[in-house]
Design a protein around this ligand. Structure first.
Ligand code: IPM
Ligand code: MG
Length: 358
């Protein structure tokens, strides 16, 4: 296959980790006879610095004309004082919205080799767990009316609002039910229906759609309880369906249970299999440029790209197996390092995955 990939390295560790993922994809291309053409463009803080926009129009155009997008990370303290709508993160939100990437899939899978890096006790971990978070990505409080003002009394005010409509809820819930069908057939839908109107609509709508999926067990859970249950009994979860904000929070929590946030990939999908693939973690400015960041979440995101956007299942499996082998052999970046293992750099980790392909 001949495939065009828009490459958006972004800020912080973004360039280092995407470089490794590109190398892995190029090697896969050689092995399986595909041509991956990468075109690089700016997003985030670096785009703001160079083009005065965290999502320049040419970046958006490139993405629209590509078969898929691979992104590193955006943001950093350098842009802390930039206005909300110009911030690096605003560029990421805009690209998600413009490309209609409403479905964010975040698989939190614990590699047994990384048991030692999991903060939970052995009796809770047992033989590991495998959770798939399906997060709504283009609605909710991230995209509702927001503002700030100075009142007559001299006090500063700010507000954000959460909106959802039934069609937004149905389309993301459908992805969750379909995902569960290929897994253990349980959907846990997260809300805060005891307080929020949007959550009551969420629950009612998910229940309505569930009638089309009698083979799937649907459970509802309040978000505060879900945050606790993830730690006490992660095994009860299969597919976790969430709004934008709740998914942001719970996916960080789920990722660290798998060993490190540096391990969690993600796919952000629109209809028709178009997708943007990025690690779930941020730009980690404190370790940027030191060649110590974990590139595995980005490499695994590239593998999700092969699977979801290109239908290249054996190629994707090949990457996942290579990652598994490298971890089984005891190679670790600093974030997942533990006694008796071998510490490697970002570049060494990328090379190890390449060496273990096939
Ligand atoms: C994520 C990130 C983003 C989000 C930020 C960088 C805007 O935390 O992808 O989880 O909140 O969605
Ligand atoms: Mg987040």
């Amino acid at each position: 296959m001949n495939l065009n990939i828009a490459l958006l390295p972004g800020d912080g560790i973004g360039p280092e980790i995407t470089t490794e993922a590109v190398k892995v994809l190029n090697k896969i291309g050689k092995i399986y006879n595909h041509n991956f053409n990468f075109s690089e463009a700016l997003i985030g803080g670096i785009a703001y610095d160079k083009k005065q926009s965290s999502l320049p129009i040419e970046t958006l155009e490139l993405c629209k004309n590509s078969d898929a997008v691979l992104l590193g990370a955006v943001g950093g303290p350098k842009w802390d004082d930039v206005d909300g709508d110009k911030r690096p993160e605003a560029g990421l939100l805009k690209i998600r919205k413009e490309l209609n990437l409403f479905a964010n899939i975040r698989p939190a899978y614990m590699y047994t080799a990384l048991k030692d890096s999991c903060p939970l006790k052995d009796e809770i971990i047992k033989d590991g767990f495998n959770i798939c978070i399906v997060r709504e990505l283009t609605g909710g409080i991230y995209f509702g009316d927001k503002g700030k003002c100075n009142n007559m009394d001299g006090i500063e005010y700010a507000y954000d609002t959460e909106h959802y409509n039934t069609s937004e809820i149905i389309r993301i819930a459908r992805i969750a039910f379909e995902t569960a069908r290929k897994r253990n057939k349980i959907v846990t839908s997260i809300d805060k229906q005891n307080v929020l109107e949007t959550s009551r609509l969420w629950r009612k709508t998910v229940e309505y759609l569930a009638k089309e999926y009698p083979d799937i067990t649907l459970k509802h859970m309040l978000v505060d309880n879900a945050a606790m249950q993830l730690i006490c009994n992660p095994h009860q979860f299969d597919v976790v369906l969430t709004s934008n904000m709740f998914g942001d929070i719970l996916s960080d929590e789920a990722s660290v249970l798998t060993g490190s946030i540096g391990m969690l990939p993600s796919a952000s999908l629109s209809d028709y299999n178009f997708g943007l693939y990025e690690p779930s973690h941020g730009s980690a400015p404190d370790i940027a440029g030191k060649n110590i960041a974990n590139p595995l979440a980005t490499i695994l995101s590239a593998s999700m790209m092969l699977k979801y956007s290109f239908g290249l299942i054996k190629e994707a499996d090949c990457i996942e197996t290579a990652v598994q082998k490298v971890l089984d052999k005891g190679y670790r970046t600093a974030d997942i390092m533990s006694d008796g293992n071998t510490l490697v750099s970002t570049q060494e980790m990328g090379q190890l995955v390449i060496d273990n392909l096939v």
